[in-house]
Design a protein around this ligand. Structure first.
Ligand SMILES: [Zn+2]
Length: 272
């Protein structure tokens, strides 16, 4: 193995816990210990912990929105765990305040995740990335909250287009096989828009078919991979000449810089 990660023989599984209408709370577990990412609701997490008898050791938060942090206090009442979150956001509880370059080490799960600052959706949004040993080998993973979605990106509630473009550039630079664990099942709506912005993208057409089949079978479309997102997600492709041309046509004005094009693409999607 050339990943630089020590092989512990431990196998990690990452499963979605559905919450609200379309949120995914990600459960990271090794059969004994568990961590959850962005528990906006307590009950679905409490139910899973009860059924599986997993011992919760960590809660990872990406940003302050209620549908990502709303369950934290109630979960902690039954399962005392350490809470990790963005340093510059107001959170219900946070034991470790994190920013770019920090590492999260969860010994009981053999997890070591790097923290990335990805402002845009919120001002202090962070993402977690690292390698995990799954039953199919060592796998790079990304927990990106509401920054990058399958086929889309988060709305700019607190940040600027320049910030979001730079955040997405940082995520797009991760290894192409990185599994992208975002926090919502927005894929089919995102891909409907993606086809408008990038109509001649054959990878996108094939990916939409595959995602439609998954949803028809009631399966999640998440995770995708960074490689797929680079090929299919218009928000990672706003510098592509065809995508840029579509955006300019929609905006009906000359857009000069990548940031202007990205900002107009996001506005187009807001009204789509
Ligand atoms: Zn959010």
């Amino acid at each position: 193995m050339t990943t630089g990660k020590q092989d512990t023989g431990r196998v990690i599984r990452i499963c979605p816990i559905p919450a609200f209408n379309d949120n995914y709370i990600w459960l990271i577990e090794d059969g004994v210990h568990a961590a959850v990412v962005d528990p906006g609701q307590a009950q679905p997490v409490l139910d899973v912990l009860k059924q599986t008898k997993l011992s919760l050791v960590a809660i990872l938060l990406t940003h302050h929105h209620h549908d990502h942090v709303g369950g934290v206090v109630e979960i902690l009442q039954k399962h005392p765990a350490l809470v990790y979150g963005p340093a510059f956001e107001v959170l219900p509880v946070c034991d470790f305040m994190l920013g770019q370059g920090d590492c999260v080490t969860i010994d009981k799960l053999g997890l070591c995740l790097n923290v990335l600052d990805v402002p845009g959706h919120t001002a202090g949004h962070i993402a977690y990335t690292g390698l995990v040993d799954t039953d199919s080998g060592t796998q790079p993973v990304l927990f990106c909250g509401d920054t990058l979605f399958v086929g889309g990106c988060g709305r700019l509630f607190e940040g600027t287009p320049a910030q979001m473009l730079s955040s997405l550039d940082q995520l797009a630079a991760l290894p192409s096989e990185t599994a992208v664990y975002c926090a919502h099942e927005y894929t089919l709506a995102n891909l409907r828009f993606a086809k408008e912005a990038d109509p001649n993208n054959h990878d996108l057409a094939a990916f939409e078919k595959a995602c439609q089949a998954k949803r028809a079978a009631n399966e999640p479309t998440v995770p995708s991979t960074i490689g797929t997102e680079r090929r299919c997600n218009p928000f990672l492709r706003s510098r592509d000449p065809e995508v840029a041309e579509s955006v300019k046509r929609w905006a009906n004005k000359s857009l000069q810089t990548p940031v202007e094009i990205f900002g107009a693409l996001r506005e187009w999607k807001n009204g789509f």
